[in-house]
Design a protein around this ligand. Structure first.
Ligand SMILES: [Zn+2]
Length: 230
């Protein structure tokens, strides 16, 4: 999951829909959770559900952007922010593994407390949904939930582009590839496919609006986010 920097705007937005444009400007037109590009109908997402936490309904700190699949899957009810990891607070790129089949796996190499937060997040957002039965906790997606498929297609596209680069590697071609990535989203998939190409990683971090650059070291490898749980 792409770690993002929302900026320091602590103001209130009433009605909360007024935050949509500033969020889009800061983060690009991507779901903050599944990372797909959304042509229209992107929701202002409340990390703490707006009906259950009316005091946080208009707060910038409680906002992200989400698609209808991530939004509806997340649901309502009591939610302790500390029990999960969040793309605007943590280096969420360190929390999940993306693969060729469009699957997302929780990274479980941390201490048990953190592993649990990652797993909670994986389930809460439906990132565990995939038609393959691949690990415990994974669930089948509904007919309408094609996030896994679009992730898989992004992987295939990224792999093809990477192969093409191996025969025709120019700066111009590299920027075209990054443009292509920006048009569809799934930043984490592109970052994973280009894991051994620091130049491409740098370009992807710079090109996707709002990516938190503090989450990467000089070699563009993910590091602990300052102040974050991961
Ligand atoms: Zn989504």
């Amino acid at each position: 999951m792409r770690p993002v920097d929302k900026g320091g705007d602590s103001s209130e937005f009433k009605p909360y829909q007024k935050a949509q444009q500033p969020l889009l400007l800061q983060l690009g037109e991507y779901c903050s959770y599944c990372e797909r590009w959304i042509a229209s109908g992107i929701h202002v997402e409340h990390k703490k559900p707006k009906n259950d936490y009316p005091e946080d309904k208009y707060l910038w700190s409680n906002f992200l952007l989400s698609c209808s699949n991530c939004n509806s899957g997340k649901g309502h009810g009591e939610l302790n922010l500390e029990d999960h990891i969040w793309p605007d607070c943590d280096n969420t790129f360190r929390a999940f593994i993306y693969d060729i089949e469009g699957r997302v796996l929780p990274e479980d190499g941390y201490d048990s407390g953190l592993n649990e937060k990652i797993r909670n997040t994986w389930i809460m957002l439906g990132l565990n949904k995939h038609p393959d039965r691949f690990t415990s906790g994974n669930e089948l997606p509904s007919e309408k939930d094609k996030r896994w498929l679009h992730r898989k297609q992004a992987w295939q596209k990224a792999t093809k582009r990477k192969q093409e680069l191996s025969v025709n590697d120019t700066p111009a071609r590299r920027s075209e590839i990054v443009e292509m990535a920006c048009e569809r989203g799934f930043w984490s998939v592109w970052m994973t496919v280009f894991h051994d190409d620091a130049d491409m990683r740098q370009r992807l971090i710079a090109a996707f609006k709002g990516t938190c650059s503090q989450c990467f070291d000089g070699d563009l490898q993910p590091i602990q986010r300052p102040g974050g749980k991961i």
